[in-house]
Design a protein around this ligand. Structure first.
Ligand code: NAD
Length: 487
């Protein structure tokens, strides 16, 4: 944290070229706690001028101190940053829960994942290498892996630390200098990571952070001609704008967008094993997870039994204050709370059956953005609730008759991010798993995007490009082919 505006409201600054600076025009955004709606911090409302300064600082680092380091040295800095994050874990987790509203245990899990991303990409930095291509006997052909240059990173509010780790961690490991625009609703942990990066010795300008609104700071970053590659995680609508901006500058972009992921439960599934996972996959982070398992597809013969069992668990769920370890916290902001409530009203008006609803904890502060988790069953595959991403604790269940129908329904939305398959039949698990048009399939488990080592990304409206794993590191580099004639 930079300095104190009053005893309770902290004032934060951007990180540009190694310096803490306010917005060029001094403007700030209020940061409200989702738990009670109270103001507790202010962040700079970054301007196009701030973005320009950050891009210039990144370019200077890329052409200067940052690119003088070897891959091993870059990796060592990331490993040091991993240790600094772990040492700061309590503070980071508390800050995240206050800013974003997720239960403290989930913020802690995010911190652990963040440190692991830095460790993973730190140790991978000097293992990414090119190849030699056999061509003419008179020529030597080397293909080098090189950084894009200056990369821009737009981050959403739901998992800021994890998404920072997977995208900025990989970009830095690959030798890029970075400019990051966190979400206006969850910037505080990102600014803290920036401070830690400076402490462990990252050269000035290798990592720049500009907070602010999407339509100003975000749009300025994606349109900036000094950006060589963009990593965007967020909604499909914003993704379209980001890709359009990237196209105008002829630069590459990875889009990690939304999802409407199905969990397919066959009648031979181990239900005892499946049930906690079916519920957790939609309740984690209050359903504000791109890879949330928001649709249950259940084979008809066990439909009623599974719906009853899930409903029983749903009735016990409580949304509450993040520091009191509830099943789920509040929604991130009032707009998100209203968005979810609108989906619930619409579903009820359309006559969808509520199989079960949880509640809001009696001690949840009155000004917070709480929503009761709700489970609808049966729900037609064509209904809005089966097709659109709610991004809240709302689950639907739809019956299917056979494997072919299960595959058709699972693949039957515009999205394609993740899927779960529950069956004891080994051949079917492989067959159905391979038929899913998604970036990650889980059989007899559901990782909800988990696993630092596992490539992650979408098909269709879920986006394109891959982050995480070694593939994520490759995405943040490109090739240079060197042809040497030697006679
Ligand atoms: P959002 O698109 O509203 O915002 C995401 C980021 O984009 C924020 O930092 C925002 O300030 C910025 N932004 C907004 N307008 C912009 C513009 N015109 N130009 C540039 N940047 C702009 O999304 P959100 O509501 O913060 O996040 C929720 C969405 O993100 C959901 O759809 C969710 O599924 C998706 N998501 C996807 C993944 C994934 O890995 N696939 C992970 C997390 C979230």
């Amino acid at each position: 944290m930079n300095d104190q505006a009053s005893s309770t409201v902290t004032l934060h600054k951007n990180l540009i070229g190694g310096r803490d600076v306010p917005a060029s025009d001094g403007a700030v955004l209020d940061v409200l706690s989702p738990a009670d709606g109270q103001l507790f911090a202010r962040i700079p409302s970054g301007t196009a001028e701030d973005i320009d300064a950050a891009v210039k600082a990144a370019r200077a680092a890329f052409e200067g101190a940052w690119s003088k380091l070897t891959a091993t040295e870059r990796g060592r800095l990331l490993i040091k940053l991993a240790a600094a994050v772990e040492a700061d874990a309590d503070h980071l987790a508390a800050l995240e829960s206050r800013d974003n509203g997720k239960p403290l245990r989930q913020s802690r899990a995010d911190v652990t994942a963040l440190a692991r991303y830095f460790e993973y990409y730190g140790t991978a930095a000097d293992k990414l290498h090119g190849e030699v291509i056999p061509y003419l006997n008179t020529h030597f052909i080397g293909v080098e892996r090189v950084p894009h240059g200056v990369t821009g990173h737009i981050i959403p509010w739901n998992y800021p630390m994890q998404i920072f780790g997977r995208s900025v961690g990989a970009a830095l490991a690959g030798g890029n200098a970075t400019v990051v625009k966190p979400a206006e609703d969850a910037s505080l942990t990102i600014l803290r990571i920036g401070a830690l990066a400076r402490e462990v010795g990252f050269p000035d300008g290798a990592l720049n952070i500009v907070t602010g609104l999407g339509r100003t700071a975000g749009a300025a970053l994606t349109a900036h001609p000094g950006i060589d590659f963009i990593s965007f995680t967020g909604s499909p609508e914003t993704g379209t704008m980001v890709q359009t901006a990237a196209a105008k500058n002829h630069v590459g972009v990875t889009l990690e967008l939304g999802g409407k992921s199905a969990q397919v439960v066959f009648d031979d599934a181990d239900l005892e094993r499946a049930l906690p996972s079916l519920v957790n996959a939609i309740i984690q982070n209050g359903g504000q997870t791109c890879s949330a398992g928001s649709r249950l597809l259940i084979q008809r013969g066990i439909f009623k039994d599974v719906v009853d069992a899930v409903a029983e668990r749903f009735r016990t769920l409580r949304a509450g204050h993040p520091e009191r370890e509830p099943d789920l916290g509040p929604m991130v902001n009032q707009a998100q709370q209203r968005r979810v409530e609108k989906y619930l009203e619409r579903a009820k008006n359309e006559g969808l059956t509520v199989a079960a609803a949880g509640g809001i904890a009696s001690d949840a502060p009155s000004g917070g953005y709480y929503v009761a988790p709700t489970f609808f069953a049966p729900v037609a595959h064509e209904s809005v609730l089966s097709q659109e991403e709610v991004f809240g604790p709302v689950l639907v269940a739809t019956p299917f008759d056979d494997e072919a129908e299960a595959i058709r329904l699972a693949n039957g939305t515009a999205y394609g991010l993740a899927a779960g398959v529950w069956t004891r039949d080994a051949m079917r698990s492989t067959r159905v798993g391979r038929a899913m048009r998604v970036g990650q399939v889980f059989v007899n488990c559901y990782g909800a995007g988990g696993g630092v080592e596992l490539p992650f990304g979408g098909f269709g409206r879920s986006g394109h490009g891959r982050e995480k794993g070694f593939e994520g590191l490759v995405e943040f580099t490109t090739t240079r082919t060197l042809v040497i004639a030697h006679g």
